[in-house]
Write a protein that binds this ligand. Structure first.
Ligand code: ATP
Ligand code: MG
Length: 564
């Protein structure tokens, strides 16, 4: 995968940097990265970018590796369910970390020891001001901070307080531990940042062992150092944390050449998708979607259920390169990668989503002929499926027009068309219901065209897909579309919930050819002429549910062209 990282797209400056460091023998030639999710939600397409990047970087050196580290320092929002889902989704995406699974919570004791050490060396103190006073005292960009009245507290006193904080003797908010750096620093992050706060919330791994929890900045770099990470790759919003990251590493005594190097890149944003965990959680909690794995969600679990292949997501992440500035990536790039891979890998079969009945009048009622049609017309080695032709069939309502224009090549009165792979038929009579809706097409076929072409070589331009009524398998088909109708949901002052696409899910009852009725959960297929579909996990024997992954062509592009 390492070669793919440099192949297409706007380049990968992080990979360039890692190569340079390796060439110069930095970190003793060692290469170690990590993917550090916080287990407070499911992985989404933005995480995929960070995953492909970090695991890809590790492959730049044969001895390189990428750790999975749960950044579980905040017990309030974190749950074991999320940690399990993250591991599952990472494996699905195609990554493996072997024994290198770590938890920031495993380092709580070490972090605490370092904190006591900092206190002893006059580099940290317990502050007993209120949160409000601390915020106020920190100042802002224009206003220098002022020292806390507790700043010169004796180390012994701070140590005593910290131990009692740890033991749970104080209410939340009573004290915090702060690094003693510089309240006048131009770098606001360095104005005596908080290292620990009191939280009486039990932790999903450490239970109620702790009553203080480390702040991200105090935990992240130290976790990197413990694991011997060389390149700590993170997103741009952490750029202004870097000086503090480095200050802490120096303070705990990591020698200069061994300090992990923080490298920032731009978050991935994809059009029509949101990658804010808070907003994704809101969609789930307020039931705008059926769950984290709703096939419309930009989560890996949702995309998996939708029918995305891991290969297509990885290819997309590699092709777009690594950006230094935030931007919005066109969703059609992702969809293109998806169609490309599905086109190359999905077997074809026929399904009718909006059925209208066809009777072939001049065919004996008990006629039955079974064709053996290829699962992939471009690759015969992939085998065939059996498709029965009978007198009564279903075709797609949209493939018939009662009063068509001249250049309509599909079904219409008096026009001959091909039933894909089967025979030639002509509509002779159209039956309507009381409401005027077409209920049935009475056709005639040319019995000599069995197999699909006319013996006299006459030209028939149109081909439609069909399913034998007698052998059809019923299925629920969920036609998913983009979850949002705005490309940048929530941009400006707009409430992103007002931009939900009302047509993001339409459910239809479809008729499938028999082979499709035997597909299993997560199998992906192409419904010929319609799109790519996959079997939903809610399927049961005899009650199949298919999800539309994506239509064959981009209907949104067509709409945009019409408008433009
Ligand atoms: P939050 O702050 O809401 O928890 P987060 O982005 O920090 O969100 P994490 O679970 O902590 O979520 O992210 C794990 C890793 O994935 C981090 O290194 C983060 O930088 C990276 N990441 C998250 N979102 C994106 C994104 N949209 N594009 C690229 N990388 C991302
Ligand atoms: Mg985070």
């Amino acid at each position: 995968m390492s070669d793919e990282l440099e192949s297409d797209g706007p380049g990968n400056f992080v990979a360039d940097k890692v190569r340079e460091d390796l060439a110069q023998g930095k970190f003793g030639g060692r290469l170690r990265t990590r993917f550090p999710p916080e287990p407070n939600g499911y992985l989404h397409i933005g995480h995929a970018k960070a995953i492909v990047l970090n695991f890809g970087l590790a492959e730049l050196d044969p001895a390189g590796r990428c750790n999975l580290r749960f950044d579980d320092t905040n017990p309030s929002a974190e749950e074991a369910e999320f940690a399990e889902a993250i591991e599952r989704d990472l494996r699905w995406l195609g990554y493996e970390w072997g024994e290198h699974l770590y938890f920031a919570s495993d380092y709580f004791e070490q972090l605490y020891d370092w904190a006591e050490d900092l206190i002893r060396r006059g580099l940290a103190y317990v502050d007993s001001q209120s949160g409000e006073q601390i915020r106020e005292g920190r100042g802002d960009f224009h206003r220098p901070g002022v020292n806390s009245p507790f700043r010169e507290r004796a180390p012994e006193e701070s140590l005593g307080l910290l131990r009692r904080m740890r033991a749970g003797e104080f209410p939340e908010g009573a004290h915090v531990l702060r690094a003693k750096i510089d309240m006048q620093s131009k770098d606001l992050k360095k104005r005596d940042p908080i290292m620990y706060r009191i939280l009486h919330t039990p932790h999903h791994r450490t239970g109620d062992a702790w009553h203080i929890y480390p702040i991200y900045d105090w935990a992240h770099g130290q976790s990197d150092a413990i694991e011997g990470i060389t390149h700590s790759v993170c997103t741009l919003e952490f750029q202004n944390h870097r000086p503090l990251y480095e200050w802490y590493l120096e303070a705990i005594g990591i020698p200069e050449g061994e300090r992990p190097q923080q490298v920032e890149f731009a978050r991935l944003n994809v059009g029509f998708m949101i990658t804010s965990k808070r907003k994704l959680a809101q969609l789930v909690e307020e039931k705008h979607v059926a769950g984290w794995d709703d096939p419309r969600m930009p989560t890996l679990a949702g995309m998996r259920r939708r029918g995305y292949t891991p290969e297509s997501i990885r290819a997309f992440c590699e092709r777009i390169g690594v950006a230094k500035r935030d931007g919005l990536v066109d969703v059609t790039l992702l969809e293109h990668a998806l169609r490309e891979h599905l086109n190359a890998t999905s077997p074809r079969a026929m399904a009718v989503l909006d059925p209208i009945e066809v009777v072939i009048d001049n065919m004996p009622e008990d006629f039955e002929h079974v064709f053996s049609l290829p699962l992939d017309p471009t690759d015969e080695t992939r085998g065939t499926r059996e498709v029965p032709l009978t007198q009564r069939l279903y075709v797609e309502r949209g493939d018939f027009m009662e009063d068509p224009p001249k250049k309509w090549w599909r079904l219409a009165p008096g026009r001959e068309v091909r039933l894909r792979g089967a025979c030639l038929v002509t509509v002779k009579r159209v039956e309507h219901g009381d409401d005027g809706e077409v209920t049935r097409l009475v056709c005639e076929w040319d019995p000599d065209s069995l197999g699909g072409s006319a013996p006299d070589g006459r030209k028939v331009r149109g081909t439609v897909h069909w399913v034998s009524a007698k052998h059809a398998v019923d299925a629920e088909v969920r036609l998913y579309d983009r979850l949002f109708s705005a490309e940048d949901p929530g941009a400006g002052d707009t409430d992103f919930l007002t931009q939900l696409n009302p047509d993001s899910l339409k459910v239809v009852s479809a008729k499938l050819e028999p082979w499709l009725g035997t597909r299993e959960v997560e199998e992906r297929v192409q419904f010929e002429r319609v799109g790519y579909f996959c079997v939903d996990p809610e399927s049961e024997p005899g009650a199949l549910v298919f999800n539309r992954t994506i239509a064959l062509r981009d209907s949104w592009a067509k709409l945009a062209k019409k408008k433009g």
